[in-house]
Design a protein around this ligand. Structure first.
Ligand code: KG4
Ligand code: ZN
Length: 334
């Protein structure tokens, strides 16, 4: 069978990224230009600044990716792009670049949902096995999805308020850790002790999550301790916070696997880079005889390799679009 090369573009938040992936599973070249240092000064992503940086970076990132691979757009079978959800100004930059390439080089244009990209980052590890449960944990999303086959997404549950990554970043901020706080809390939590009393969020039998209560509990705890003149034991707080997050994520996910009688789990999204979350799922899956995959660390946070991987399957299914394609700040996974 002829090899299929997909050129992927991702620009939904603060990473401008392009990638070439062969047959949906083999990464040929990826370039990621992160704006973290720009947004750090503001404590979070500033949408207008993000769009301007995408405009500045996009052509360089495209050229660098092609150069790295030693290929041209004419070697590609299709152009896949994140059309949503995300920051609308940021999305538009990647989308316009993709449309321009598709039009000039007469290539099919493949719209990819950002969450689908995160899920398909796992196909770069090994071919996805169905049926599966996917847990997507990122800065903007916390979702449990059941998949019978490629591109068949049944949402089982999701967060009722904050996304888990958003909660990590806000908790980090209140104890003086710069954006994005997740990686620092991850490091600290391996050195601290679980000594602070915090609630397990939405500890019920549903597949939904809620993180705003846990976030508020941490903020209140920090303020109370400050008022009493007590110093916060940051590493212990990171450990206590993270253990409650893990209890919530693992309880709902393992329940979904059991209820649906599914033997394959994939975990994806920026927060899937978390060492303890990866380890805890690994242990539980070994115990329950579940086949578990999680992307390499570099493919957990936003990147275009995952968009190209997902784009390959969309392309095989004929899910292409004409040039009237528009970006969407929110959209259900499909
Ligand atoms: O997937 P992603 O790059 O962007 C979205 O689609 O939202 O995820 C970014 C999020 C941030 O909230 C960041 O703090 C979190 O992922 N994150 C982590 C870790 N690495 C990134 N959270 C916990 N532990 C980590 N190691
Ligand atoms: Zn993402």
């Amino acid at each position: 069978m002829k090899d299929v090369y997909i050129f992927g573009i991702e620009s939904s938040c603060d990473e401008t990224s392009c990638s070439i992936v062969k047959n949906g599973k083999e990464e040929i070249a990826t370039v990621i230009s992160s704006q973290i240092d720009v947004h750090k000064n503001f404590g979070g992503v500033v949408p207008e600044i993000a769009s301007r940086h995408h405009v500045k970076n996009i052509t360089m990132v495209i050229d660098e990716c092609l150069e790295k691979a030693g290929m041209t757009i004419d070697d590609m079978d299709a152009i896949a792009v994140t059309y949503g959800p995300g920051l609308i100004g940021s999305l538009l930059v990647g989308l316009e670049a993709a449309k321009t390439l598709a039009w000039i080089h007469k290539k099919p244009l493949v719209p990819v949902h950002h969450i689908s990209g995160h899920i398909y980052a796992n196909n770069l590890v090994e071919e996805m096995r169905f049926p599966l449960i996917a847990l997507i944990i990122s800065g903007g999303h916390t979702e449990l999805v059941y998949m019978k086959d490629h591109y068949s997404f049944e949402k089982l549950g999701g967060t009722l308020d904050d996304a888990v990554g958003e909660c990590y970043d806000k908790v980090a901020r209140v104890i003086g850790v710069p954006y994005p706080g997740g990686p620092t809390l991850d490091r600290w939590s391996t050195e601290g002790n679980d000594t602070y009393e915090l609630p397990v969020p939405l500890n019920d039998d549903s597949y939904n999550f809620s993180f705003s209560g846990l976030k508020s509990a941490v903020i209140n705890l920090v303020h109370n301790e400050e008022q009493r003149g007590n110093e916060i034991r940051k590493k212990d707080l990171a450990t206590s916070f993270q253990n409650r997050v893990i209890e919530s994520l693992t309880k709902k996910t393992m329940k979904a696997l059991e209820d649906k009688n599914v033997k394959n789990l994939i975990v994806a999204g920026g927060v899937a880079a978390n060492q303890l979350i990866r380890k805890r799922f690994q242990e539980l899956c070994e115990e329950k005889n579940i086949h578990y995959t999680v992307p390499e660390l570099k493919y957990c946070t936003d990147n275009a390799a995952m968009i190209a991987a997902s784009g390959y399957f969309a392309y095989q299914l004929g899910r292409t679009s004409d040039l009237t394609l528009n970006s969407k700040s929110s959209d259900t996974l499909r």
